[in-house]
Design a protein around this ligand. Structure first.
Ligand code: KIV
Length: 263
C-alpha cells in the first residue's frame, strides 16, 4: 500500500519513525523506493547538489517540475513530495495555489513542501490545504532565507525556541500534514514533536523528532561537503572516482576492451 500523508500521522501515533530522503532523478528514486523509504522528497537542495548553484535560490519551478517528473517514474510506494522553489509561492496566495497545483497536476506528487512559519506563510498553507493540496511545512534553518539568516542554527535563545513552537502549532492548525525541523536545538525539536499531533521530520534537530530526512548525496558520501549533522552511510564519491580512474587507466594501457573471440 502506497504511503499517504494520513499514514504518516498514523505512524506517529504508532511510534513508528518516518524515513525521508531526497531524489532528483529516476534511478536514485527507484532505488530508494525499492529500499522502502517512506517519503521521497524532490528538495530544492537539488539546485546545489544536482545543478551546481551556490544556494537554492536560482532553481525555478520549471526545473523542479522536470526533476519531479523523472523521480515520479521511479517511485511506486513512497509518498512523493516536491519543494516549491524560492519565489514560486511567496508573492501571493494565487501564485502559491497555481505553483503547487502545477506540481500536483503535472508530476502526480502527493504533496508539496514550503519553507517558513511567519504569518503570511501560515495563510498560504491554509489556502493550499483548503484547495485540497497536502502540505509539508519546513521551519528552523530555511535555506531560501540564506541571504537574511545564513546557514546558522535557529531557535537558540528561549524566545526564538518559543517562536518556533508557535510557528509549528500554527502550521499544524493551518492543516500541514508534517513539518521539517532543520538545524534547531534538540530540546526545541523534542518539545515541538511532543506538542504536535502531526509528525516532525528532523535534519540537524536531534533524535526526538518523529522522523529524519537526509540529502541523499550526503547519505551516500557523494557530496564534496556535508553539514556536520549529516551521516554518510557509504563513501560513493571515492568508489565512483576510483572506478573512473580504473577505466581511464585500462583504456590508456589497452586493457579494455579485450579482443572479441574469433568466429
Ligand atoms: O531541499 C531539501 O533537500 C530539503 C531537505 C533538506 C529537508 O529541504
Amino acid at each position: 500500500m502506497a504511503v499517504t500523508p494520513q499514514k504518516l500521522i498514523q505512524y506517529k501515533q504508532q511510534g513508528r519513525r518516518i524515513t525521508v530522503l531526497t531524489a532528483a532523478d529516476y534511478l536514485f528514486a527507484q532505488i530508494m523506493d525499492q529500499a522502502g523509504v517512506d517519503v521521497v522528497l524532490v528538495g530544492d537542495s537539488l539546485a546545489m547538489v544536482t545543478l551546481g548553484y551556490d544556494t537554492t535560490l536560482p532553481v525555478t519551478l520549471e526545473e523542479m517540475l522536470h526533476h519531479a517528473k523523472a523521480v515520479r517514474r521511479g517511485v511506486k510506494q513512497a509518498l512523493l513530495v516536491v519543494d516549491l522553489p524560492f519565489l514560486s509561492y511567496q508573492v501571493s496566495l494565487s501564485q502559491a495555489i497555481e505553483s503547487a497545483g502545477r506540481i500536483l497536476k503535472e508530476t502526480g506528487a502527493g504533496g508539496v513542501k514550503l519553507e517558513g512559519g511567519y504569518p503570511a506563510i501560515i495563510d498560504t498553507v491554509a489556502a493550499l490545504v483548503q484547495t485540497g493540496m497536502p502540505v509539508l511545512g519546513h521551519i528552523g534553518l530555511t535555506p531560501q532565507a540564506v541571504r537574511r539568516l545564513g546557514y546558522r542554527q535557529q531557535g537558540t535563545t528561549p524566545e526564538a525556541g518559543e517562536q518556533l513552537l508557535a510557528e509549528a502549532i500554527a502550521l499544524e492548525q493551518a492543516g500541514a500534514f508534517a513539518i521539517v525541523l532543520e538545524h534547531i536545538p534538540d530540546h526545541v525539536a523534542a518539545t515541538i514533536s511532543q506538542k504536535l499531533s502531526i509528525p516532525t521530520i528532523g535534519i540537524g534537530a536531534g533524535p526526538d523528532c518523529d522522523g529524519q530526512v537526509l540529502v541523499t548525496a550526503d547519505l551516500l558520501g557523494l557530496s564534496d561537503w556535508r553539514p556536520p549533522f549529516a551521516k554518510a552511510y557509504a563513501n560513493l564519491r571515492e568508489t565512483v572516482q576510483g572506478a573512473v580512474e580504473d577505466f581511464c587507466r585500462d583504456i590508456r594501457e589497452g586493457q579494455f576492451p579485450p579482443s572479441s573471440p574469433k568466429g
